[in-house]
Design a protein around this ligand. Structure first.
Ligand code: NAD
Length: 491
């Protein structure tokens, strides 16, 4: 029985700086539960003062613990303990995540917390696998390139998949020997605070992982601007990514990695297989987490021969959902994170229609779902390339549909002028699959599935306006290191 009463869950309070919860003055932010719009807790906008304290704590922790200098295995030991504790607290973390975000309890208990622990363990294993290179030189000289941590890194995260997205950053950063100053999303702060407390309980030296709350333009910007924050890892929208690049450039040159938005195509060929199975897969790709997934398959492109039948089956799937509170295990369809985001989705759907798009199904908020924010799964047709519904990310359970006759035409339609995060192709012909994978300009391409599988081993990251730099995989670890070339003349 996974369902629970949200009243029984302890809500963390304050920022988590220097290994403990800390109350600091700052504008109050009311955090509402997306399922019913009830108050979950109040956090403060930490601003410059909280960032300064966190950076000070990080600096002192790096000095006192010698985190970057100790034997790498010792770092790994602490991180393994941290992963273990996350798993032990699975029930609490899963409930906290489900209460405060759009994630359903059926997924957070079996997925989010366990996967967060998995990410920490995956990167812990990298601690003593970091290797450099010796380059070819003449006799009497030695040239080698080694990787070193940055020192203090900043991390700014969004509200979808709060724990997992955060772990993609703090786990490799810590494993590589850095200290972290992380800002939670103002919409979903609580589960990250709980993770920081578990890190402290696991024996991570106090001050190596600091989690502070606040708005982007105040606290987030203060992290990017801080002269002692040596690199910034960001996940969020493309507009905010551009603002962060600009801020980073104005406040001393520092590297940034940007995991940004997407408008990912799903290319379905006539030989994709059982249409009901394919319809299930394609509809899940834009309805899971109510479409609040950076890689959501929001542009469905179908080979003409099967288009009518497939779309009909996808429409049937949209009617099988059960919207409800995230803490009810029977719920299969998630709420939208906030009323503001719900209104934005609805406004964009209306603009898409006024610019020539036509509605196949959905197209409105769902009524009588307590006070929560639910938007009906929506399919739109006739959305031209100059239509807002093509140009911009809905970040809700909305997809456009289009058709093609030849594979080349489908590949051309899959291209997007701004985004290049991910794409999928559904076919039983491996040659067509590989041709599409080569032809589509995106950082991730899946064949006969859409979305990341639980493996941590491959990188996430986009092309073009979907960002640069990688999370996860070996590259996601190396992002938190910088290279030093050493030349020794011993002749
Ligand atoms: P957002 O860009 O509004 O906010 C993300 C974070 O940035 C928040 O913590 C916010 O407070 C902070 N922020 C906002 N303005 C800032 C500023 N000027 N300076 C510093 N920080 C600032 O995004 P969101 O609405 O929280 O998340 C949804 C977006 O994230 C979507 O576009 C989605 O595609 C994207 N996303 C991408 C990935 C990926 O891996 N590529 C993963 C998840 C989400």
């Amino acid at each position: 029985m996974l369902s629970f009463d949200p009243k029984i869950v302890d809500i963390p309070k304050g920022h988590h700086v220097g290994g403990r919860y800390l109350d600091l003055p700052g504008g109050e932010i009311e955090v509402l539960r997306p399922s019913d719009q009830q108050l979950m807790g109040i956090v403060n906008d930490g601003g410059v003062a909280a960032v300064d304290l966190a950076v000070k704590a990080a600096k002192e922790a790096l000095r006192a613990s010698r985190w970057a200098k100790i034997a790498p295995r010792e770092r790994a030991k602490v991180l393994f303990r941290f992963a273990q504790l996350i798993e032990e607290k699975n029930l609490y973390l899963g409930r906290l995540e489900a209460m405060g975000s759009s994630r359903l309890i059926s997924g957070t208990i079996t997925g989010d917390a366990i996967r967060t622990a998995g990410v920490v363990r995956y990167f812990a294993e990298f601690c003593d696998k970091l290797e450099g290179i010796v380059t070819a030189t003449e006799d009497g000289t030695l040239s080698y390139v080694k990787r070193e941590p940055y020192g203090i890194v900043g991390a700014i995260v969004p509200w979808n998949f709060p724990m997992i997205t955060a772990a993609w950053k703090f786990a490799p950063a810590l494993a590589a020997g850095n200290a972290v100053v992380m800002k939670t999303s103002e919409l979903t702060p609580h589960s990250l605070l709980a993770l920081a407390e578990l890190a402290a309980q696991a024996g991570l030296p106090a001050g190596l992982l600091n989690v502070i709350n606040g708005y982007g333009h105040t606290t987030g910007a203060a992290i990017v601007r801080h002269p002692d924050v040596m690199m910034v890892s960001f996940t969020g929208s493309t507009n905010t990514g551009a603002a962060i690049m600009s801020l980073a450039a104005q406040s001393g040159i520092k590297p940034v990695t940007l995991e940004l938005g997407g408008k990912s195509p799903q290319l379905v060929l006539a030989d994709a297989g059982d249409l009901d199975v394919v319809a299930g897969r394609v509809s899940a790709a834009f309805m899971a987490n109510a479409g609040q997934v950076c890689t959501a398959g929001s542009r469905i492109l179908v080979e003409k021969k099967i288009a009518d039948e497939l779309i009909e089956r996808i429409v049937d799937k949209t009617r099988e959902i059960k919207a409800g509170p995230t803490w009810d295990e029977a719920t299969t369809f998630a709420p939208i994170i906030s009323r503001r985001q719900l209104d934005r989705i609805d406004d964009m759907v209306r603009r898409t229609i006024s610019e020539g798009g036509s509605l196949i199904t959905g197209g409105a908020p769902m009524e009588s779902r307590n006070e929560g924010n639910f938007y009906a799964p929506t399919l739109l047709d006739n959305v031209d390339q100059d239509n807002v519904g093509f140009r911009e990310e809905f970040f809700g359970p909305v997809a456009t549909v289009g058709t093609f006759t030849e594979l080349e035409e489908g590949i051309a339609l899959a291209a997007h002028p701004t985004y290049g995060l991910s794409a999928s192709v559904h076919t039983s012909d491996v040659r067509k699959a590989l041709k599409a994978a080569d032809g589509i300009e995106a950082g991730m391409v899946w064949v006969n599935q859409h979305g990341r599988s639980p493996e941590f081993t491959y990188t996430a990251g986009g092309y073009k306006g979907s960002g640069f730099g990688k999370d996860m995989g070996r590259a996601g670890f190396e992002e938190f290191t910088r290279q030093k070339a050493v030349w020794v003349n011993y002749a």
